[in-house]
Design a protein around this ligand. Structure first.
Ligand SMILES: [Ca+2]
Ligand SMILES: [Ca+2]
Ligand SMILES: [Ca+2]
Ligand SMILES: [Ca+2]
Length: 216
């Protein structure tokens, strides 16, 4: 952890505020207020399997609350995205299982400050890129996963914590790429989210043609 000393000055905190287990490998971190007490807590994605949740005491010191605020999760993860997926006021976390660690993607639903691994229920391809947004404007957040080894995934939000994977609206050329990034941004300012893909040989922008036609 780097502490801001004011302006552009940072110093390295030597593990005094957030201490990870020795000889473990972390892959990503998501900052979210998991307990809604007004400060940012930290979820750390672990290569070894069990992700770790650290609660902020309000002064920037973190304690490991994995045992009491997380369901056990034995599979590795490499990317996290904190967002209130079901809009109940509690931030949830989307988890990418990783192209090279070969774990499935999942969602940690936040039930009153406890993260529960519900999985996605469909298409357990391992991914390394995540973005979230309402692609079709139905009020439900949708999830885009970028995969290093196979293809792009879109999981459409159905409400009530349900999702359905469907990529039939995407051009075939957009699917079979080794992605290094996938981001949703409204590039043309027409009110809908477009999809930027980066892959090893080129970048690609998919324009969202609107709520009726979805992506093309
Ligand atoms: Ca908090
Ligand atoms: Ca939520
Ligand atoms: Ca949607
Ligand atoms: Ca747009």
């Amino acid at each position: 952890m780097f502490l801001n000393q004011g302006g552009r000055q940072f110093v390295l905190d030597q593990g005094n505020r957030l201490r990870l287990p020795i000889d473990t490998r972390s892959e990503a971190v998501a900052l979210l207020d998991v307990d809604r007490d007004g400060d940012l807590d930290a979820l750390v994605a672990m290569y070894s399997g069990q992700d770790l949740l650290f609660e902020n005491d309000g002064t920037g010191h973190f304690s490991d609350v994995t045992a009491t605020r997380m369901a056990p999760a034995s599979l590795p993860s490499v990317a996290l995205r904190a967002v209130d997926l079901d809009r109940d006021g509690w931030e949830d976390v989307v988890v990418a299982g990783g192209g090279y660690t070969n774990g499935p993607n999942a969602i940690y639903w936040n039930d009153a400050g406890v993260l529960r691994d519900a999985g996605l229920g469909v298409s357990p391809l391992p991914s390394s890129q995540i973005d979230v947004g309402d692609l079709d404007g139905d009020g439900n957040l949708d999830i885009v996963f970028g995969n290093e080894f196979a293809r792009l995934e879109i999981h459409w939000g159905l409400g009530n914590r349900g999702f359905m994977e469907d990529t039939t609206m995407l051009p075939p050329a957009a699917l079979d790429r080794w992605l290094t990034a996938a981001r949703l941004v409204d590039f043309d300012h027409d009110g809908d989210l477009d999809l930027l893909q980066s892959w090893f040989r080129a970048d690609c922008l998919l324009e969202n043609l609107g709520l009726e036609q979805a992506l093309s």
